[in-house]
Structure formats: C-alpha cells, structure tokens
Design a protein around this ligand. Sequence first.
Ligand code: GLC
Length: 722
Amino acid sequence: MTLRDKIKLTEGKNCWETREYPDDGVPKIFMCDGPHGLRKQDFTNQLFSSESVKATCFPTAVTTASSFDVNLLEEIGDAIAKEAIDQKSQMVLGPGVNIKRNPLCGRNFEYFSEDPYLAGKLAAGLIKGIQKNNIGACIKHFACNNQEYKRMASDSLLDERTLREIYLTAFEIAIKESKPKAVMSSYNKINGDYSSENKKLLTDILRDEWGFEGFVMSDWSAINDRVKSIQAGCDLLMPGGTGYGEKEVINAVKRGELSKNDIRRSAARIAKVARDLEVKFTPVESDGIEDYIHSHDVARKAAEQSAVLLKNDGILPLKANVKIALLGEMADNMRYQGSGSSRINPMHLVNPVDVLDGCKDIEAADVCVIFAGLPDAYEAESYDRADMKMPQSHIDLINETAAKNPNTVVVLFAGSPVEMPWIDNVKAVLYMGLPGEAGGEAVKNLLYGYVNPCGKLAETWTYNYSDVPSAESFGSRDAVYSEGIFVGYRYYSSKNVAVRFPFGYGLSYTTFEYDKPVVSGDKVTVKVKNTGSVSGYETVMMFVEPPESGEIERPVRELKGFTKIYLKPGETKTAEFTLTDRSFAIWQDGWVIPKGTYNIEVGGKKAFIFKQGDEFTPIKYEIPKPSMRLAVKGEYTLNDSVMDLMHESKIVEAFVKKREKEMAEKYGNTTSPEYMLMHESVLSAPMRAMIMAGQVKEKVANALLECANGKMTEAFFKYLEL
Ligand code: GLC
C-alpha cells in the first residue's frame, strides 16, 4: 500500500464501510448500528437512507441494565452477532456506556446506568457475546457525551477525579475485560479539546494505560481537525466518502507537521481489525430464521428479567379468572425502543393486546391495566427532554380510571425516569423500560406471575427534577459538571436527599432475607434466603462505604459487586464477592487507597475491613474554565452551524429555510424524532459535519460561511473554488 492508500484507509469508504485493499490483504469492515439489535442500512451515504433490514429488537440498555445480569447481556450479544453474520456485517456499533448524569439526556434509554461499575460490567458482557462470534463490537461514545443538546459543539467541563472515577470507569472496565475491537470517540469536547483529537484520552489513557489494541473511529461527522485526530489516535473518520480533510492531511505530511508513522499506525490498526474480523468462511447460506426465533426468545427473556416491579399492594400477580380491562394507547402500540441511530426494524413485534385478553370497559373489569409512559417524541437521540413529565393525557387516564375502579395497575414504558404524581392512586406499577419487540409477551408473563419480576433500578428515580444535582447546570451548550463525583445515588445517599425509588430498588412476588456479610481476606460471602412462597431471582449488591473521617470527600457508598441468584421458597444460597484494590481506591493522579476502616454493606447489613492504604498527598482538583468562544461576524468558522449564522446573512437564512422545508416534506411532522435528528445533524450541527455527512458540498459550506462573515467576494471565490 502506498502512503496515499494508507491515508485513504483512515477515512471510511461510505457511511458504513471501511475501504478494502485485497492485493494488500486488507478486507473491508461493514459495520451496522446497535446497540440493541442490528440496524443494517443500504450502502448509500446516508445515515438513515431507508428502513433498515428487519432484525430482532432487544430491550434497550436502560432495560437490560435492570437485569443486573452479565450473562444475560452476553446472551444478547451472542444473538445480535448471529444476526450480523446472517446479514454479512462484521461489526456492531455498540454498546453505549455513557453515564446518566441527568435524567433529561434524550439518549439515556440507550445507556445502562448512573453507576460506572454496573455499566462497565454489563457492557463487557455484551461485547464478549458479540465478539465470541468473531464479530467486532465498538464501545461508545468515548467520552463524557452526557447530553444531546448541541452534542457536536458542547464542551464537557469536569475535574480529573470526576473524569476518572465516574465518566471513564465504565469504558475502562469493559475495555480491560472484553477487549472490544473498536472504540468510538464522542462528538463533544472534554475540557476544551474535541474527543476525536484528544491525545490524552485516545492514546495516553486508552492505549498506554488501559492497553487497548483495536482502532478508534470518530462518531459520525464528529471530526473537527483531521490532522490533529490522526495525531491524537483517532484512526478512522466516519462516515467516509467525501474526502473531508484529505488535502489537509497530505499537506501536513508534506510540511512535516504530520508524521507518516502516525498515518501508518492508524492504517495498520484498521487493517489488523479488518483481518481479525474477515469471514474465514462463507457464512452458511441458511435463511437464518432459526437464529431469529432464538433471538426473539432471548429478547423476551431479557424483558422479563429486566422489568422492575415498582409498586404492588398485592393485586399482582393476577389470577387467571380475573376480568381485566386493557387501557391506554400503549396497550396496542407499546413503546419498545428509542429513536435515532439505534432504531431497529423489528422482526416480530408483539404488543400487549396481541397476547392479553381484555375489555375496554373500566366499570365491568375486576382489574384495569393501563399501558402508559413516554411516547417516542419525548426522548430521542439528538435532543434532550424538556422535563421529567409524562403526557398529561396519560396522567389523566390513570387518575380517571383509578377514580372509577381502584383496582388499577400501570404498566410503564419509558426510557428514563418520570415524575409520578398519580402513583398513590394505583395499586401496582410494573416498569418495563423499553422492552424490545417481545415486550407484550413479557408483560403478560409478569402480570400473571408465570415469571417473577426481579429487575432492580439502575438509576435513581427522584420525586422531582429539581432534586437532581445537575438540574441547574444541565441544558446549556457547555456543560459544567459542578456536581463532580456526586452523580446519582452517590449524591442522594451522601446528601440524604429523599428519592421516590433508589438505585437498586425493585420488588418481587416473594421475599428474601439476608444474613450479615462475612469478610475473609478479599472474599465477602453472604447467605440469602427466600422467605416467601414462590421462586425467584434476587440481585445481591455489595456496596463499600469509606472511612467516615476522610480528609477527601467521598460518596458514602459505592457499588463494588453484584450477583444474581435463583432461590426456591425456603432455599438459602451464599452469594460471593471478591474485593480488589479498586473496591476502595480513589483517583489522586493515580489510584490510591485512603487508610481506614471500610464498611461492606450487603442487603442493609454490614461487616467491616481495615485497609492500611497508601501514603499520598491529597489533591483537590479544579474544573477548568469554559473556553467561552463567542463567535462574532468575520470570525465564524466551520465549527459554527448554519442555524447560528442565519441571522447574519439572508443567503444563509434562505439555505436553512429551504433545507427545513425539504426535511419537513420528507419526515412529515416537525416534532418527529426523525425530523429532529436530521435537523440537529444537518442544520444545528457544525458546518464541517454537514460536509462529512454528504449533506452539502465543501465549497457551498465555505461560501455560506463567508456570507455570514460578510465577505461576499470571498464567498464567490470559495464557491467557485478559485
Ligand atoms: C450517530 C450516533 C452513533 C452511531 C452513528 C452511526 O450519530 O451518535 O452512536 O453509531 O452515528 O449511526
């Protein structure tokens, strides 16, 4: 391969493939979104060119996280990989492990938890399941992509300890444990540097500290400066096909600003993974149908094992002879996944009404089951939620029904926590998250007790949005993580803030009792007994509580172990955990263990362990100041969006209006998630992103830029490429 070939290899061939050089033994990689199913697009250079190929839609991460079951995630990954093989794809773009800093992030449905230990362990399970089929996984979005608002321009501003302990740990655990073939750098900046050109992130930490050996790809159209990206360790620009930045790369090599070795290094990483993933055999030309039947069963089991019983005064499980009413729009059309790049075209969608017999008459029914929650448009990729409220119509239906028939049960479909002003009026609440295509079957099996609910919340549900520690700072382009490490339960339990449902909460149709934990060396054991009348799973969680008199502020508890055990009535089993240095460590320019006595808490009972710890000088980290770059006329760059610039130029305004009209015609209503995603990705995104996404030619973007800068002559020169 020539150097030119190697430069080409560091840019995708189109929206979904890398380039192939057969004579040099470099096959292509055809990648598809994930993370909760295969979204195979056709090969045009569009993010959403057409309805994707039918595939099994598994529950999204918000749901499977509540299973607390690493083996289940591995089963899901295995099933997705088999469908990838059937569709001749070599890489699945997932899992997403960004931490849930704030419940309004529109994309939290696609992520696991507010806790990095849980998120990392579950992600490792999914990646292992995918990669044991010789299909690559791509963990994303690395890192600190914790909001959707202006995600391509936002700057996440946080101190080093918060970055390490909260926002990188899930990636660290998953990468060390499961070795994903790829990492996707995120859109945003971190402390002023775009992730895609952040050497500390992509080389010093990811490779030199963690030993990552795959390749790094950018998020779609996320590259800012292609030369800096290659230097930093972002190996592959996606989507490819426009040659974005190629001239700059070639010129930088000529000027000696970019070493040829950097290019060779990136090209070699991509080539190695492509060879690793090359199909060593032609997939069996099966119709693959049996894989999809198996996948659907896994999807149903995952929904059953992840659902969280939030309230039950005894009305559940329903008895077979009870006459039920099925109410609410989501009985017929449940919300089973989120919108954006993860949206799957389900192979076999089963709604609650497809498997439940019920009437619509509140008065005649013994029990009213209302299917309610967050509709698609309330949360999606590319924009954030306005608040934590459900639609008023859903709230009214619940209250009106309960007023007429007190035996009211709510089945809730939502990708993130909601405020529940109605909860005291109903007798039970079963939270399904976004349960995937088999959600209807899972609901039936759970309501009738054929399956005993065992899910536990993987994020805190507050009474009100104002209780959330980042509520004040969330929603601006530049995000100042002033709450630091006090995210989720780390905040609520440390500051004694009452919450509606705590992290780890979930009821069962049976009950469990815990003995005191026993610590012996680095082992922790605890006996758990099923004291109820039905069998069921119990997730046993181990929290570590730091010494009280610590010089450095720490959360009062942190999750450092979890395991799931199945118990028959009266049965007792022993749950086992292993403590490691990281069970006690904090970041102080390295991982150190403060000396002192730590509590080990399991099931509300405690044992303790003394740690001699490390000698270190405490460091108090500061949050970097925002780089408040306020763009002004004459200084606009391709990092500004046409929406930012349209007030400066009638030509830019006309361009925006024309594109908005075209989008409205293509996507119908302008509140649909699809319209919002394209609007964000094209018109609200930096103009450089429009070029890479093939939405506008580079000469047009440059001409529009000069119009906004008031330089009309330059605008013509740029348009005519003179
Ligand atoms: C999107 C998403 C990313 C996805 C990619 C390809 O913008 O941020 O998760 O894998 O583009 O669709």
